[in-house]
Ligand binder design. Sequence first.
Ligand code: G1P
Length: 290
Amino acid sequence: MKITKAVIPAAGFGTRFLPATKAVPKEMLPIIDKPTIQYIAEEAIRAGITDMLIITSRGKDAIVNHFDRAFELETILERDNKHELLDAVREVSSRLDVHFIRQQEQKGLGHAVLYAKSFIGNEPFAVMLGDDVVDSEEPCIGQLMRQFEKCESTVLGVQRVGMEHVSKYGIVGCEDMGEGLYKVNTMVEKPKPTDAPSDIAVLGRYILTPGIFGCLEKTPKGAGGEIQLTDGIVMLGETEDIYAYNFEGRRYDIGNKQGFLQATVDFALKRPDLRDEFADYIIKIADSLR
Ligand code: G1P
């Protein structure tokens, strides 16, 4: 079955980036000149997603505006023959149907995903977390979709993170099936290194079957007092197979300041219009730090 819908939870407060996120949603903070949520939307488009549901909350209207048409601005850019900018402003909204729903209370990632139940209906779908931006040849969510075609079951996007980082993630205990695919036996949300079944972490990309909704409805509060998507997936695993796929690509944790800085520098160095001058600058700085 072809996956055409993606869910993007974007209701969090963004406390790690205060005061920037007091009035601006964290998903709108730019890496260079593009809001971070647009990188997620572009990954979805490249993978063939046609409908995206963004779970927002109060104070996040800038996200809604970003994916809307901006007629005054577009008219002026058109009049002034600024076609490149016009394309940049129009691109995503013309290639993707973006839908919104507001999470009324912040009760965790599992609770947020449950808001997608009627939008998704009875089909498999993607979940993409905005704090994880993946730079890869084949879009990360597309890699998981390709695995889904083979196993027709839930597929989680994973990479090894090292035991010192396991307490930040959902960690899987699994069996290696070869070619990057694992069969998941257990999953723990943010374990201590001593309790972690491995250092293989779920990094913000999921293909889920609709069975997840019934599980999330029954999932009690877990780590951090929140309804965890991880716990819902563990419950789903009681009746369905769960797989994990070690996706190719460099993943940036942009919910973290170091990760955000690294993404900004790396993305700038990949941009033909910025690369040369910026590389010279970085080399100069690096020399002065030696
Ligand atoms: C969430 C998930 C966690 C996952 C992580 C990936 O945690 O709960 O399982 O590993 O995203 O970034 P959060 O970072 O929102 O605390």
